[in-house]
Design a protein around this ligand. Structure first.
Ligand code: HEM
Length: 394
């Protein structure tokens, strides 16, 4: 079956939702060709996406694919992580990791997140304006991941620079991302050795120590896990903070409500996550046998992308889905569903509450300094994130 090309135009990047709405209504499970040439199935209805996330016949392991998927490729020692694993390997590693990665530990990071947020905003407040993506939403999650892993203060500037290069390599230097991955890999191995010799009060030391019925995490498992935390934790959070702030700025009544009553923040953040998930199509799966989704046959080996951004606005699950309404009920799929549900959802929620709540509280005069329609979005259909968010505070 030939696939139509997904129309990734400027208009689509600025607002992909009309395209998703059309697909959901007319072709809820359809074959398209991605900009990199890979043929994939897109599933856009809430019921199909949710059921697919819990379907063991859909694998995360690339080796079950037909080889057409071209996603991000890492050295094998880093690639063998939870996000590419199926049971029973996934069950074993996730059980071990969950012992150290408790909601309590995540929540205990909140005061440090607050300190980092305040320090970044102090610098911006002194200037009276900031690019809230470059100066705030970007540095904050790296600081949090450094806190989580126990990266010493002196190494943080390097760590941040490698992460930036890996995620956004300079266009003229094709090898830069690979070199940054190599530098992070070497650094994480050294960090693990240091934590083994001298454990600290951080997640990495806890992961080294974790035991379950005599089982423990191996060296590569620890390195790839630390790398996954960086990869999974960084981009999603940057974009969730950036687009979340923009959505609030576009809805002044909602912003005023949150400012008047900070207790409304958690529900508001859930709604911001529903309406603009930072990874609209991050959930990729490979069919390990012939199967059907929403009645459409999917042959074994083919790639399925579960379009969370479309599922989260399915009127069958969320009435008046384009309205931002913190009172609504129902579970969005932004953190996934089933056995791969985001391991750090409680940390991500704490980060968003601190990051967005602090800007709202500290800057009553917050406003955009360019028209919202002129803001630039990252040129990717895989992530939904702003390139910059210029704002003034008076
Ligand atoms: C707003 C921020 C975040 C969003 C929207 C998000 C979303 C997700 C989603 C959708 C998945 C499931 C992927 C799948 O089923 O294929 C996932 C898994 C995961 N996330 Fe997050 N995430 C966020 C923040 C974080 C942070 C801060 C960390 C860690 C520091 C993290 C670590 C992970 C890990 C380790 C997994 C793999 C779990 C598994 O496969 O068992 N995430 N995340």
């Amino acid at each position: 079956m030939t696939a139509a090309a997904l129309p990734v135009s400027e208009d689509f990047l600025r607002n992909p939702h009309p395209t998703y709405e059309q697909l959901r209504a007319q072709a809820p499970v359809c074959r398209v060709q991605l900009p990199d040439g890979a043929p994939v199935w897109l599933a856009t209805r809430y019921a199909d996406v949710r059921a697919a996330l819990a379907d063991p016949r859909l694998s995360l392991d690339k080796r079950n694919g037909d080889g057409t998927w071209k996603g991000f490729s890492l050295p094998s020692a880093l690639d063998a992580n939870l996000g590419n694993m199926d049971p029973p390997d996934h069950t074993r590693v996730r059980r071990l990791v969950s012992r150290a990665f408790t909601p309590r530990r995540m929540e205990s990071l909140r005061p440090r997140i607050q300190r980092s947020a305040d320090a970044l905003l102090d610098a911006a407040a002194a200037r009276g304006h900031a690019d809230l993506v470059r100066d705030y939403a970007g540095p904050l999650p790296v600081a949090v991941i450094c806190d989580l892993l126990g990266v010493p203060g002196a190494d943080r500037a390097d760590f941040r620079a490698w992460t930036d290069t890996m995620m956004t390599p300079p266009p003229h230097d094709r090898g830069a991302a690979g070199r940054a991955v190599g530098a992070i890999h070497t650094y994480l191995e050294q960090l693990l050795a240091a934590k083994r010799a001298e454990p600290g009060d951080d997640l990495l030391s806890a992961l080294i120590a974790v035991r379950d019925d005599g089982d423990r995490l191996g060296e590569d498992e620890l390195t790839s896990l630390a790398f996954l935390l960086l990869l999974a934790g960084y981009e999603n959070t940057v974009h969730a903070i950036g687009t979340g702030l923009l959505t609030l700025l576009r809805h002044p009544a909602l912003l005023a409500e949150v400012r008047a009553d900070p207790a409304r923040l958690p529900a508001t953040i859930e709604e911001l996550l529903r309406i603009e998930p930072p990874s609209p199509v991050v959930l990729r799966r490979f069919a390990i046998e012939d199967l059907t989704i929403g009645g459409v046959p999917i042959p074994r080996g083919e790639t399925v992308l579960l379009v969370v951004a479309a599922a989260n606005r399915d009127p069958a699950a969320f009435p008046a889905p384009d309205t931002v309404d913190p009172q609504r009920t129902g579970s969005h799929l932004t953190f996934g569903h089933g056995i791969h549900f985001c391991l750090a959802a409680s940390l991500a929620r704490a980060e968003l509450e601190v990051a967005i709540g602090t800007v709202v509280r500290r800057f009553p005069g917050l406003r955009l300094t360019v028209p919202a329609d002129e803001l630039r979005w990252r040129p990717s259909f895989r992530t939904r994130g702003l390139v910059s968010l210029p704002a003034a505070f008076t």
